[in-house]
Design a protein around this ligand. Structure first.
Ligand code: AMP
Ligand code: MG
Length: 493
């Protein structure tokens, strides 16, 4: 019987729920209720996600909805659960983890799971308070929508709601809840959990569920002699490779690529100490707690492969043959570089591959790294140069002018005969003007902490369409101020 059967009062969000993940049975989760927060208020909302969910247009006007999305009132028809998973954290087996502060309301009829992150303790909280602070919730909200705006696979975020309830971190902060949305929140760690506990039956049930729901083509493939689990591993590897190519091309550093933070759908998930690079530094470490630099920017593609290896190991009892499992990972090694080159080619305004593209790409990255040139600004100015022929704004970014001129010559030669207007348009669509730089998030957060949430809305609007010019918003597309480099962001907050 549902825990909610006794509720007399519940908020009707206008959504219809189906069993979804919960149909797997109680070995996979614990049924529970969010812990209410007092005095909830809106901090930010994404109407785009509201539409995706099929919420009524006046969804945010209801006090009951606000309370429900803060965990303070049950949601009609929902059956909230916290799921169990394990994982490797910083390269070390961490054992059981699980949704320690995210509570899943369920899956909508439209096939989207809805989670409240920061909605209180669960059996998987491991001593944590089950809460998320306003600061990290705003960052997750904005970055989810920013990634989507950039065309990068990600979990989405409907809203952030806040409460003045105190949360104890290094200092006292206030609580918030992010309502997250994704077709599935299943992680590599879910598979690792059942494999590590030698629970092959549950492992198989989980794999079958994920394959049937999200990778049905694996059922009918000829790959690996029709081994659906191997085909599944290969498909996850390919999606992960494509995701990593997008991260590297846009200059996104995730910061905590533990296997429990790896989506089985190849989505960007669990926004913590992430960062969009300012000055290009391949060795940049955005997570203040990552003292060894395991998750440095240039390590990400290798770490993803390492994480896929953990997934392969977990799936081994189903795949049945180690060699086949290893073979299923192989395509990562070709998909990643191909996708990465494709993304970089688009950034350079090139529609077709040609010999010499790789040195052209490597050459510009080397120059950017040598001068710690601002990554986003460089690419946007290069797009401008393609449009108007004025090279000075790009050239001005480099101290090594001779080096830049030499590269520009090869770039121009590669573009001989190009339709510049077309190339400029491709570049404009491939090189965002706006990314969620740390200092921009920080400014919006500080205002929100003073109860002015307009900065969150302003940033959201820019980040949802980051390739548009947005005249009048140039201040959000400029160089970071000096203090930006002093922002320290670490793991759970
Ligand atoms: P993260 O680094 O945010 O991906 O979290 C790693 C693990 O710690 C997950 O199992 C989280 O659910 C859990 N966790 C993080 N912060 C908290 C918290 N404040 N309370 C309870 N569990 C948490
Ligand atoms: Mg996590």
């Amino acid at each position: 019987m549902s825990l909610l059967a006794e509720d007399t009062e519940a908020a009707d969000l206008g959504l219809r729920w189906k069993p979804g993940f919960a149909a797997l049975g109680p070995a996979f989760f614990t049924e529970l209720r969010p812990t209410p927060l007092p005095g909830p208020y809106w901090v930010g909302r994404s109407e785009a996600v509201a539409r995706e969910l099929g919420l009524p247009t006046d969804w945010h006007e209801s006090k009951a909805t606000l309370a429900a999305l803060t965990g303070s009132m049950p949601v009609a028809g929902a059956r909230p659960i916290a799921t169990v998973y394990s994982g490797h954290q910083f390269g070390v087996w961490a054992g059981q983890l699980g949704d320690g502060r995210a509570i899943m309301l369920g899956e909508t009829e439209g096939g989207l799971e809805v989670q409240l992150k920061g909605a209180g303790r669960t059996p998987y909280s491991r001593g944590g308070d089950g809460r998320a602070v306003l600061r990290s919730s705003i960052r997750e909200f904005l970055c989810s929508e920013a990634m989507h705006g950039l065309g990068i696979p990600t979990t989405r975020a409907l809203c952030v709601t806040g409460s003045d309830a105190p949360v104890y971190r290094e200092e006292i902060e206030s609580a918030a809840v992010v309502t997250r949305v994704a077709p599935s929140f299943v992680r590599f760690g879910h598979f690792e959990h059942f494999a590590a506990n030698q629970r092959d039956e549950e492992l198989r049930a989980l794999a079958d569920y994920v394959i049937d729901r999200y990778y049905p083509a694996c059922r009918t493939t000829d790959r690996f002699g029709g081994n659906a689990y191997a085909a599944f591993l290969e498909a996850v590897s390919e999606r992960t490779a494509a995701l990593l190519a997008q991260w590297q091309a846009v200059g996104f550093c995730h910061g905590v690529m533990n296997t429990d933070n790896m989506s089985i759908l190849g989505l960007t998930i669990d926004y913590g100490p992430f960062q969009f690079l300012d000055g290009f530094d391949p060795r940049h470490i955005c997570n203040h707690s990552d003292t060894q630099g395991r998750y440095a920017f240039n390590q990400q593609p290798n770490v993803a492969y390492w994480n896929l290896f953990c997934l392969a190991q977990a799936l081994l009892p189903l795949i049945g043959d180690q060699e086949v499992a290893v073979a299923a990972l192989e395509s990562y090694k070709t998909v990643f570089p191909n996708e990465f080159e494709g993304r970089m080619r688009a950034k350079l305004g090139l529609t077709e591959a040609a010999e010499g593209d790789r040195p052209l790409i490597e050459g510009v990255l080397k120059l950017l790294a040598a001068g710690k040139v601002d990554y986003t600004i460089f690419w946007r100015r290069l797009s401008g140069y393609m449009a108007d022929g004025n090279v000075e704004p790009v050239r001005d970014l480099f101290l090594d002018r001779a080096g830049f001129d030499a590269w520009l010559l090869s770039f121009s030669q590669r573009h001989a005969g190009t339709d510049r207007a077309l190339a400029a348009e491709l570049m404009r669509r491939s090189n965002p003007k706006f990314v969620l730089r740390n200092h921009l998030g920080q400014q919006a957060i500080e205002a929100s902490q003073q109860k002015d949430h307009s900065g969150v809305a302003t940033l959201l609007a820019l980040l949802q369409t980051p390739f548009e010019e947005h005249p009048g918003a140039d201040a959000y597309a400029g160089f970071p101020p000096d203090w930006a480099s002093t922002i320290e962001i670490s793991c759970s907050s």
